[in-house]
Every structure is written in C-alpha cells, then in structure tokens.
Ligand binder design. Structure first.
Ligand code: NAD
Length: 495
C-alpha cells in the first residue's frame, strides 16, 4: 500500500522533458518536435514528450533489427533472458510507488487501482514470461523410423508494440514481456496521452541489463509515429491494443507494406447478464457497479451493457443506483476517492456526447450524465446509468469507454443470449445465476473471449484475454501470447 504522505511527496516531483530511446540512447526527435503532456487531474502541463518522425521510427527499427541479427538477445541462453526479465520485474516492484504516481499524473487512474493494475500487474507479467522461457519446448513429430522431424520455435524478429492510454504499463507488459521472452527485439509506441510510465519502464529495462537496441521506444502522435510503424517494411509483427478504427488502419498499412503479422486487441461492449435467480442481487449490483465504473469505465472489458431479467429489473436498477451514489469521483491521488479522472478532454467530451444521444434516442437517465468539478480544470464525470436502452440505440451498440452503463430488460434465456450477442463485439461478459446448467449454457452461447459467472472481472497472467469478432484476434497473456511472437520451423532429417 501507499500512504497519502508518500503520494503527496511523489506528486510534487518535477518531470524532465522526455526523449526517445533509440539504440540504447535517449535522444530528441529528428526535427526536435515535442508534444505537451497535460494532466487530466487539473489540466496543467506536466512536461513534454518527443514526437518521433518517420525517420526516428526507421532508426528504431534498424537498431532493433541489427541487434536481433547479432543474436545478443535472440540467441542468448534461456537463463540469460530469464535473469534480465526477472530483474526488470524486481526493479518495477522496487519503484512501484513512483511508477504508479507518475502514471496517475499522466492518465488519471485512481491511485489504489493504479498501484495494483500498473506496476503490480506489469511485474507479474515479466515474471510469468521469465518463468516460461525454459519451460516451453519444441516438438518431435512422429515419423517413420528412418526420419526425424523436429519442430523448432524461433523468435520472429522485430515486433512493433502500439498501446493505448488506459493501463499503459499493464498492457505494455502484455506485449513486451512475451515478445522479449521469445527472443524478439521490440519497438514500443505508447499512447501520446499516457507515455510517462512506459518511458520510465524503458529506463528500468536498460538498468536490468537488456542490451541496447532490444527495446526501442518512440513516443508521438498515432497518425505520424504509429502510421510509420504500421507501414514499415522491416517490422515483422505488430501487437496492438486500441480502438477498432485504428485496428482497421493497421490492417490497411500491413496490406500496403510487408503484410506484417497483426494481433489486434480492440474495444468491447460487454454484456453483464443478471437473471432473477442470481444468488445475491445486492452482490450482483455491487460487483456490476465496479464492473462498469472502475477507472471511469476506461476499461476494455467494462461491463457496459447490463441485461436484467424483467422480474428483478426495477429492484436491480435501484440497487445499482445506490452503489453509484456511494462512489467518490475526484483527484485520483487522494486516497479518499474511488474514481479518478477521464484521461483526456476529448474522451470526456465523447462520453458526454453519448449521454446526449442516448437521451435523444429515448433512453431514461437514472443518474449522473454530467461533468464534475469543472472549476478545477480536470476531467471528471459522474457515474451514469441509463435504462430503456434498445438494441438499435447508439448506447447499446457502440463503446463509450467512459462511466456510462446501458440497462436493457429481457424475458427469457434465449432473449438474453440474443441481446448479449447483439453487437459487433466479443470481448468479455458475465452471467449471474444460481442455475449451474444455465451458467454453462450461457458460457457456451455468449460470443466473447471471457465469460464470468457470478462475478465480474477475474483475470490472471496465466489465462488469455482473447477478443472475438470485432474485439480482435490473438491473445494477450498466458502461454498463448508467447506463441504469437514465435515462428515454427520444421527440420526434416533423413537418418
Ligand atoms: P486508439 O486506437 O486511439 O490508440 C491506441 C494507440 O494507437 C495509441 O498509441 C495511438 O497513438 C495509436 N494510433 C492512433 N492512430 C494511429 C494510426 N493511424 N496508426 C498507428 N497507430 C495509431 O485507442 P485509445 O483511445 O488509446 O484506447 C482506447 C481503446 O483501446 C478502446 O477502444 C479500448 O476498448 C481499447 N482497449 C482494448 C483492450 C483489449 O485488451 N482488448 C485493452 C485496453 C484498451
């Protein structure tokens, strides 16, 4: 845990203008370009990050490729790579408080959550993949007696990792750790809205002994720096987390360049299905409130559509409203608050736009819907609940990525399944019921990468987060993520 006095001391620290990490050196962008870093806590400028140009991206890729071909990392004995990744995890833990406060100043996540979900989770991810390095084997395929078929696992080469502004360290680690464990070099591009904690993580990676060039970091705008990565002909894989719109662009860039492999972890509109036979309606309301409102709804797996069996609908809505009323939204670095700031002004305006459209389209605003504390210059919003949300409405179909939940009643299990699957997404879901058979049927019938039963949001490094449909492809976390960053090579030998 972190105390209020520790937080107060850390939040005063000056943050120097940030640079790019190219071939083990911290350098300015080729044209000297920078981007202002504005804190969502109070709208104040914190520092600047460098705006990498396409030539900086090229330098990063050249460095990553050269070190890959030299084999310092890609051919290092497993124990060597394990040692470095474990050391990175140690350093993240040793600097957890500083990393968490720095990240919160940049993206507004409430500190209690940030400390667990950012350094806490990232350290665990590096340890998980460090441990996997000497435990994942190649294969010997059955053949006739005079032949031998060996299936080798090889690193692919240069991995571009493009990540969003929510949980940058956690999601960054989901890409970097398995890619490095497999022996690849990485060019990391954080979001321009939250780069600071990943810049500090990159420093810790060097301190841990990661050879120069194995991890390069380019900050900058998506449309310039991200596009240059997407179009680069010498990047083998892009591991992306972000919006569907940018995911589509990356597919186009890949088609127009070297057909690089793409793994896309995209958005969601996750259904949280509450049956009348839920074991405990109070608990369902409490957990569902956290499922949508934690981190101001800026969670890819947020339970943003609650489908409630009509017989308990009104009762559930009252309970959810009571839970929302308990949440304290405000300065994310004040331990008394439960929910912090919306990461950017643009995101806050987008969230408020959803509220306006939902009202125009006939939704009933039960609570919330407005900006909070505008006088302080930061970006805060009330937890917001809508009922009477119909499948054809914008709020039912599209991801807000904010603290806004859509409630829709249903009358039968079949209707619940149809509503649950009634969007283009397939990231997460939950079912609340005492009926074991129904729980298993719902798990089978809901099209999403994870279905929680009588809870919302359980996760671990050893289970995949694997979106279906337009929520993405491939998997972050688990040994499946390691496989994404490997090539399989067969050696067929006549004996
Ligand atoms: P975004 O798509 O706007 O940006 C993500 C990253 O892509 C950023 O680094 C950005 O700079 C970069 N980018 C933007 N334009 C680009 C371009 N033209 N070419 C290449 N890169 C470009 O997403 P965001 O607003 O940062 O994050 C929110 C989205 O991320 C939501 O949709 C959310 O659901 C999703 N998300 C998904 C998961 C998951 O695991 N499935 C996890 C977290 C967030």
């Amino acid at each position: 845990m972190i105390s209020q006095s520790e937080i107060d001391a850390l939040r005063q620290q000056e943050i120097a203008p940030q640079k790019l990490l190219l071939d083990g050196q911290w350098v300015d962008a080729a044209d000297g370009g920078t981007i202002k870093v504005v804190s969502p806590i109070d709208g104040e400028e914190l520092t600047t990050i460098a705006a990498a140009t396409p030539s900086d991206v090229d330098a990063a890729v050249v460095s990553a490729r050269q070190v890959f071909e030299r084999g310092y990392w890609s051919r290092m004995a497993p124990q060597g790579r394990m040692k470095v990744l474990n050391k990175i995890a140690d350093l993240i833990e040793a600097n957890a408080k500083e990393l968490a406060v720095l990240g919160v100043r940049d993206n507004g996540t409430e500190i209690g959550m940030a400390i667990k979900a950012e350094p806490g989770s990232a350290a665990g991810t590096f340890r998980f993949y460090a441990g996997a390095i000497d435990k994942v084997y190649g294969e010997i395929a059955p053949t006739s007696d005079d032949q031998l078929a060996l299936v080798h696992r090889e690193p692919v080469g240069v991995v571009g990792a493009i990540v969003p502004w929510n949980f940058p360290m956690m999601i960054g680690a989901w890409k970097i750790a398995p890619a490095l464990a497999a022996g690849n070099s990485v060019v990391l591009k954080p979001s321009e809205a939250a780069s600071l904690s990943l810049l500090r993580l990159a420093e810790l990676c060097l301190e841990a002994g990661l050879p120069a060039g194995v991890l390069n970091l380019v900050t900058g705008n998506g449309a310039v720096t991200g596009e240059a990565l997407g179009l680069h002909n010498d990047i083998d894989i892009i591991g992306f987390t972000g919006s569907g719109g940018v995911g589509r662009r990356l597919m186009d860039y890949a088609a127009r360049s070297n057909m690089k492999r793409l793994y896309l972890e995209l958005g969601g509109k996750s259904p949280n299905v509450v049956f009348a036979d839920t074991p405990d309606l109070d608990q369902a309301a409490k957990v569902s409130a956290a499922g949508i409102f934690r981190n101001s709804g800026e969670v890819c797996v947020a339970g943003s559509r609650i489908l409630v069996e009509r017989t308990v609908h009104d009762q559930f809505v009252e309970k959810l409203k009571a839970q929302a009323a308990k949440l304290k939204v405000g300065d994310p670095l004040n331990l008394d608050n439960n929910i912090g700031a919306i990461t950017t002004k643009q995101q806050l305006e987008g969230d408020l736009g959803f509220v306006e459209r939902a009202q125009k389209e006939g939704g009933t605003l039960v609570c919330g819907g407005a900006q909070l504390h505008p006088e302080g210059g930061g970006y805060y919003m009330e937890p917001t609940i809508f009922t009477d949300v119909k499948p054809e409405m914008d709020l039912f179909q599209n991801e807000v990525f904010g603290p806004v939940v859509a409630i829709t009643p249903f009358d039968s299990e079949e209707e619940a399944v149809a509503l649950a699957n009634g969007t283009d997404f397939g990231l997460a879901a939950a079912v609340w019921t005492s009926n074991l058979s129904r729980a298993h049927r719902m798990v089978r019938n809901i099209k999403s990468g994870v279905v929680h039963v009588n809870t919302y949001g359980g996760a671990g490094n050893n289970v995949p987060l694997a979106g279906m449909r337009q929520s993405g492809n491939g998997a972050d976390k688990s040994l499946h993520a390691l496989e994404k960053y490997e090539n399989l090579k067969t050696a067929w030998i006549q004996l």
